[in-house]
Write a protein that binds this ligand. Structure first.
Ligand SMILES: *[C@@H]1O[C@H](CO)[C@@H](O)[C@H](O)[C@H]1NC(C)=O
Ligand SMILES: *[C@@H]1O[C@H](CO)[C@@H](O)[C@H](O)[C@H]1NC(C)=O
Ligand SMILES: *[C@@H]1O[C@H](CO)[C@@H](O)[C@H](O)[C@H]1NC(C)=O
Ligand SMILES: *[C@@H]1O[C@H](CO)[C@@H](O)[C@H](O)[C@H]1NC(C)=O
Ligand SMILES: *[C@@H]1O[C@H](CO)[C@@H](O)[C@H](O)[C@H]1NC(C)=O
Ligand SMILES: *[C@@H]1O[C@H](CO)[C@@H](O)[C@H](O)[C@H]1NC(C)=O
Ligand SMILES: *[C@@H]1O[C@H](CO)[C@@H](O)[C@H](O)[C@H]1NC(C)=O
Ligand SMILES: *[C@@H]1O[C@H](CO)[C@@H](O)[C@H](O)[C@H]1NC(C)=O
Length: 417
């Protein structure tokens, strides 16, 4: 059975008469039990190396310098409550920049949605005899192209406890978000049916026909409908609201680990690690609750749900990435509205082995011992214009009522558990 916390969340949603989260497809949602690890790794973009920036990672403990589907399926544990989902999901860490130029990490937690067709045999699970990698977003972007589906796939919500939570294409500028900032990303869900990865980690998949969250896979080059993953990260940015006047840029004091204060360079990555056969059963049988509550799928024997079993791994890259830091890890410059090349000035060592721990609360893991000195990838983007962030104005759009209510309630959920 699902735990009392999940039941509380879904009862709250139902009391408010929230229907279907404004989506037409079947779906379930799941809130990871904890962040698996936060470190400078990106095994899709820079396998075997220290990544240019820090990611927070969810899912299977098989995560490391290299991942693939079979490695993840062998994970000792997963930070996802659905125990059969040992996939990894990762996104850049968020920081607050103080007026002396130093940084403090912002805490966050996530909600992951799996959306799929209500009609039988339309949505196909990720193949798991091969390793499926999917990336959404582009770390180098610092401007908005509003007609690009890839950029429409990234949005931010400025959360209010009551009233309107506005949606933005960028980190909200000049407004305070008393209930936090939610970064949101849709993954492309139409597959070419042939390639499990591509050079840019994106060209083997495409967004739906009419936008990142609407339409079908009707492009003949991308005919296979995969489950659509939508990931929200609830950043507890309100922890810094009373320090806003001590920020380097008070109008928008936050910056992602890749040196992006705009949000246009937000991105996320997925590597499939579902146990064989489970996702097929879930797609066929897990459309049993209109609010995305997966407990009915648990009752139907489709998968197991455990909201207290946390899962951690020790760090491979030996450097501080959370708390107060004098620079962003990797010494990434804060770059907006453009990118300039830089040389990472810190080259941390690689530790081995990786320790895994299953617990109901965070614990201090032993660290590995020096395995090798690190290879660090030099980011080589070309500077265009001046790279000084002036906190340009941002546009907001109204969010439909159902999404606002959902935002407020999922947020309350974090406070109560
Ligand atoms: C879906 O596929 C299964 C197995 O191939 C088949 O038995 C079933 O009839 C199909 N359902 C529909 C609605 O096409
Ligand atoms: C994986 O399985 C699919 C469907 O069963 C099959 O079409 C494909 O050839 C297999 N791929 C590999 C690399 O074995
Ligand atoms: C995953 O990597 C391991 C170790 O490199 C390899 O043995 C295995 O065949 C790979 N599996 C897939 C599905 O690529
Ligand atoms: C903006 O995105 C659209 C759709 O992807 C593309 O056709 C267009 O070339 C892009 N514009 C610029 C300036 O990159
Ligand atoms: C999907 O797009 C169609 C056509 O643009 C629009 O009429 C419909 O309202 C959209 N549905 C949702 C759920 O956004
Ligand atoms: C959930 O995991 C915890 C920690 O591993 C374990 O003690 C508990 O029995 C599990 N609960 C269920 C329902 O499996
Ligand atoms: C970070 O520094 C602030 C003072 O600027 C202090 O209050 C806070 O406890 C520090 N946080 C950590 C995690 O060390
Ligand atoms: C947003 O909602 C407010 C209040 O409901 C309304 O006054 C305003 O015109 C709306 N703005 C847009 C762009 O729809």
């Amino acid at each position: 059975m699902a735990s009392s916390e999940t039941i509380l969340l879904f009862v709250l949603l139902q009391i408010l008469g929230l229907t279907q989260l404004c989506v037409v497809s079947a779906y379930w949602l799941m809130a990871p039990n904890n962040i698996l690890t936060t470190q400078r790794l990106d095994p899709i973009v820079t396998p075997g190396e220290v990544s240019t920036h820090v990611h927070s990672v969810l899912g299977g403990s098989g995560f490391g310098l290299n991942v693939n589907t079979s490695i993840l399926q062998e994970s000792e544990c997963t930070s996802i409550p659905i125990q059969e989902d040992k996939s990894n999901y990762w996104f850049p860490q968020l920081y607050f920049q103080k007026n002396d130029g130093s940084f403090a990490s912002v805490s966050g937690n996530a909600v992951i949605y799996y959306l799929f067709s209500d009609s039988a045999n339309v949505t196909t699970p990720f193949p798991n005899n091969v390793s499926m990698f999917i990336t959404s977003g582009d770390t180098t972007l610092r401007t908005l192209n509003a007609s690009s589906f890839a950029q429409q796939a990234v949005t931010f919500l400025c959360l209010q406890f009551s009233g309107t939570s506005n949606r933005y294409n960028e980190l909200p500028v000049g407004v305070s978000c008393p209930a936090g900032i939610r970064s949101q990303i849709n993954f492309p869900s139409c597959w070419d049916g042939k390639n499990i990865d591509s050079e840019d980690h994106k060209s083997h998949v495409a967004f739906l026909s009419t936008g990142p969250d609407n339409g079908t896979c009707d492009d003949p080059r991308y005919p296979v409908t995969l489950p659509r993953i939508f990931m929200e990260v609830y950043w507890i940015s309100q922890d810094f609201e009373d320090q806003r006047d001590q920020a380097l840029t008070p109008s928008q004091p936050f910056v992602f680990a890749n040196g992006d204060p705009t949000g246009y360079g937000y991105h996320a990555d997925f590597v499939n690690g579902w146990e064989d056969g489970v996702l097929q059963k879930a797609i066929s049988g897990c459309n049993c609750n209109p609010y995305g509550d997966p407990s009915c799928c648990v009752d139907a024997g489709i998968f197991a749900f455990n909201q207290t079993r946390q899962c951690f791994i020790s760090n491979t890259v030996d450097e501080p990435v959370l708390g107060n830091l004098s620079t962003l890890p990797g010494a990434n410059p804060v770059q907006a509205p453009c990118f300039e090349s830089y040389i990472a000035t810190s080259t941390p060592v690689i530790l081995a082995p990786v320790y895994t721990y299953v617990a109901s609360a965070s614990i201090q893991l032993p660290s590995g011992t020096l395995a090798t000195s690190a290879t660090v990838t030099l980011a080589t983007q070309t500077a265009v214009g001046t790279c000084i962030w002036k906190g340009a104005g941002s546009r907001s759009r109204n969010v439909s009522t159902c999404l606002q209510i959902a935002a407020a309630l999922v947020h309350l959920f974090w406070y109560f558990v």
